[in-house]
Design a binder for this molecule. Structure first.
Ligand SMILES: [Ca+2]
Ligand SMILES: [Ca+2]
Ligand SMILES: [Ca+2]
Ligand SMILES: [Ca+2]
Length: 300
């Protein structure tokens, strides 16, 4: 029993009533002490009230020292549903320093089984990792670079912190490449207002970066940061010779499309594409009404 309680991080509080000292010392006391709880003894039933009051105090759920919404008691004792301890710091509201408080990352859940209840922590994201799913997107923060005095978001905050959104390598390479400086860029090939679009969709603000990758390296081929809003990114024409033969077997693209007020309308048409939906290689970012497209292409 002690072992099972230890494995599940359950503290046992035991109370002995009466005078069976031998039994108490051999069973109840070790049970409590070896699981981190406490042993109490009452000679008479009248003493029990004080003891239960004292046990009640040691699992006081009203103290939340760092004010993150998780009581100290749970920060010291909380386990996830799989039985693993959740190691948050009760004196630090944001244990992993990723901008999300421990209380935002973990929800306290109570599951009742008849008269018993089990309390456990449910992860919205991992409170002890800034990138819970290891996909290169941060749980709590978007990543930015500064270009020509303009702040540009180059990676969104992870809208799905427990689901891989693309390869870590790609996002990291993208952020690094954009930080280091743009290797090549081209302005808008479409003069705004001189074309009409068949779907009568308004032009929106967007940019895109294309990379080729292999086992050892990731090379930035082009960054497209047009000054004018664009209709849609569909690919490159062969008008520029640089685009004609990139000679890459493996390509990936990271694009950011700021849809603004057109978000709903655009998402309807975007989401209607069955392949996109199945592959789910886009992230809808409600904070700035944009979508991020991340796509990798492997051709033999
Ligand atoms: Ca707390
Ligand atoms: Ca955090
Ligand atoms: Ca986190
Ligand atoms: Ca993710």
């Amino acid at each position: 029993m002690i072992k099972r309680a230890q494995q599940k991080n359950i503290k046992l509080y035991t109370v002995g009533l009466g005078s069976s000292t031998w039994y108490f010392n051999h069973y109840l006391k070790p049970l409590a002490e070896e699981t981190g709880g406490e042993f109490y003894m009452a000679a008479k039933a009248a003493g029990l009230k004080d003891i239960y009051d004292s046990i009640g105090k040691s699992i006081d759920l009203s103290v939340d020292s760092d004010g993150d919404g998780i009581p100290d008691y749970y920060e010291d004792n909380l386990v996830a549903f799989n039985g693993k301890r959740i190691l948050t710091d009760k004196n630090n509201a944001d244990t992993d320093g990723d901008g999300l408080s421990d209380g935002e990352e973990v929800e306290i859940k109570v599951k009742e089984y008849g008269k018993q209840a089990v309390v456990f922590g449910k992860y919205n994201s991992n409170p002890t990792s800034g990138d819970s799913d290891g996909d290169g997107l941060n749980d709590g923060n978007a990543r930015y670079i500064n270009r020509r005095g303009k702040t540009i978001k180059v990676a969104p905050k992870d809208m799905e912190p427990l689901k891989m959104n693309g390869h870590k390598r790609f996002w990291d390479a993208h952020v690094k490449s954009q930080q280091e400086g743009i290797t090549s860029e081209y302005s808008s090939p479409i003069a705004s207002g001189k074309m009409t679009h068949y779907a009568k969709v308004k032009a929106v603000d967007m940019n895109m970066s294309l990379y080729k990758y292999d086992t050892y390296s990731i090379t930035n081929i082009v960054n497209w940061y047009p000054d004018d809003p664009q209709w849609w990114i569909t690919g490159f024409s062969g008008a520029r010779k640089e685009f004609r033969h990139p000679r890459a077997h493996r390509l990936f693209v990271i694009g950011h499309i700021r849809l603004g007020e057109l978000k709903k309308e655009c998402l309807l048409s975007f989401g209607a594409n069955e392949y996109n939906q199945r592959a789910s290689k886009y992230i809808v970012n409600d904070e700035d009404d944009s979508i991020w497209v991340y796509w990798d292409e492997f051709r033999q």
